[in-house]
Design a protein around this ligand. Structure first.
Ligand code: DHK
Length: 147
């Protein structure tokens, strides 16, 4: 069974209460439950992690190298700043999808820049918590050569 790492960056531990008008009212624990249930439906095992620390996110990506089949990454604000995360994804040599709950392109200009997108298979943003299961489907299709 393919295994996906679903990795969440800074401030996403506050989902549900943090700016709900932007990020919604679904908590990260709810999203983890959704992803695990979806993984069972589509035949994918899920590792789900969150950290507020750039180095810990890099370590998690390295830990997926040669062990897991795909990465779904909501790097939060590090998306817009982190060359180190971009390099970690390139080094991991597994397909990655960049994910955001909000539509970053409809927001401030600094959120239009992404270092992650340069090394990602694709980007999903603007669909709220549902984006996570959309990303799982997209990654599975990609691995099966369907997209
Ligand atoms: C989450 C964040 O924390 C922001 O820094 C990004 C992203 C957008 C999201 O929409 O999930 O700019």
């Amino acid at each position: 069974m393919p295994g996906f790492l679903i990795l969440n960056g800074p401030n996403l531990n506050l989902l549900g209460t943090r700016q709900p008008e932007v990020y919604g009212r679904t908590t990260l624990a709810d999203i983890e439950t959704m992803c695990r249930a979806h993984g069972e439906r589509i035949g994918v095992s899920v590792e789900f992690e969150q950290s507020n620390h750039e180095g810990a996110l890099i370590d998690a990506i390295h830990g997926a190298r040669g062990r897991l089949d795909g990465l779904i990454l909501n790097a939060g604000a590090y998306t817009h700043t982190s060359v180190a995360l971009m390099d970690a994804i390139s080094s991991a040599e597994i397909p990655a999808i960049e994910l955001h709950l909000s539509n970053v392109h409809a927001r401030e200009e600094f959120r239009h820049v992404s270092y992650i997108a340069r090394v990602a298979v694709g980007v999903i943003c603007g669909f709220g918590a549902r984006g996570y299961t959309l990303a799982m489907d997209a990654l599975q299709s990609h691995l099966e050569g369907r997209s």
